[in-house]
Design a protein around this ligand. Structure first.
Ligand code: PEP
Ligand code: MN
Length: 342
């Protein structure tokens, strides 16, 4: 159930409702909006009788939420969530591009990538320092040294850093360096990791699992949200289907559905979404036109020699060309390209 407070409701009235929910053995989540505050209830097995709140003042209406995902649903909050990543706002009418290599490989590679991302117009530098690879014999990432190099690149360019956190053990270390914590497709249902990032206030980029339904994806976001962290950005990165000509099947339909069902920002990863360099720009353009909130794109100074995902990584020249198209499409999609503070 969702309790919508009147715009004039005081903090004491809001707290009284939360206390009433907690007396009933459930959890009350305050969801402050631009004009009014709503309070979500979780932990209840069946419907919560609205009469229990009759003596509370300041309530505008009670709404029963029929979706299994509650806090992340549009029923709960009609307006878009805007996630503040160190002063860069993601969601709403803004559109952001995150670019960089799949993995941080060495200082020169990441600094060159950061310069290229910045001059193309990206606001985030991506790069994995802890890589969850399918084979244990493949490059596993530079770990803390990689995080330090990302921090150096941030200092040099002002770009925000998005990097993957692979497990709860390394979470404190990764959180100390990252601006945006990426949870990879392979970890979308790692519930202890979801709860652990839920206990932080650091923004989270949650990627869709390769075999996850939209509902499962939203339920994973619900874990982070219900544990206490409302700074969640979703990322569609393709799912595994019967198709073998592409690495994954980018599910742009899911983006349209997600934008309707949830108030969270939704970005698209066209690189993992197809796995084929020459086709990445077309998917990036399609996703932009569709109305997603941003893109995360792999780009590398020498893709053919990349230690991971070279086949899907753009050259910097391709990134520049793509960005020229994105600049034209963003306003058509009713958005504004987000920039770094000057
Ligand atoms: C990545 O971003 O490099 C990555 C490993 O992505 P995913 O978790 O979507 O496979
Ligand atoms: Mn990758």
């Amino acid at each position: 159930m969702l309790i919508v407070m009147k715009p004039t409701a005081t903090e004491a009235e809001i707290q009284q409702v939360v206390d009433r929910i907690e007396e009933m053995g459930f959890r009350g989540h305050k969801l402050p909006g631009r004009q009014l505050t709503a309070i979500g209830i979780t932990g209840n097995k069946g419907p919560v009788p609205a009469e229990r709140f009759e003596s509370c003042t300041g309530i505008a209406e009670t709404i029963s939420v029929t979706q299994p995902f509650k806090l992340t649903s549009r029923q709960m909050q009609a307006e878009d969530t805007i996630v503040d990543v160190g002063g860069i706002l993601v969601g709403g009418h803004l559109f952001h591009v995150m670019a960089g290599p799949c993995s941080v490989e060495n200082e020169e590679q990441i600094l060159r990538s950061a310069d290229a991302a910045r001059s193309a117009g990206a606001t985030f530098l991506r790069g994995g320092a802890f890589k969850p690879r399918t084979s244990p014999y493949e490059f596993q990432g530079l770990k803390e040294e990689g995080l330090q190099l990302l921090a150096k690149a941030r200092e040099r360019t002002g770009l925000k850093v998005v990097t993957e956190v692979k497990d709860t053990e390394t979470l404190p270390m990764v959180a100390a360096y990252a601006d945006l914590l990426q949870i990879g497709a392979r970890n979308m249902q790692n519930f202890s990791l979801l709860e652990a990032v839920g206990r932080l206030q650091k923004p989270v980029l949650l990627k869709r699992g390769m075999a996850a339904t939209i509902k499962e994806f939203l339920m994973a976001a619900e874990y982070v949200f219900s544990t206490g962290n409302q700074n969640v950005i979703l990322c569609e990165r393709g799912i595994r289907t019967f198709e073998t000509m592409t690495r994954n099947t980018l599910d742009l339909g899911a983006v349209a559905v997600l934008k309707e069902m949830t108030h969270l920002p939704v970005i698209v990863d066209p690189s993992h979404g197809i796995g084929i360099r020459r086709h990445v720009p077309a998917l990036a353009r399609a996703a932009t036109a569709l109305g997603c909130d941003g893109l995360i794109i792999e780009a590398h100074p020498d893709p053919d020699r990349a230690l991971s995902d070279g086949a899907q990584s753009l050259t910097f020249e391709m990134l520049d060309h793509l960005m020229a198209d994105i600049r034209k499409l963003v306003p058509i999609a009713g958005r504004v390209l987000g920039t770094l503070p000057s």
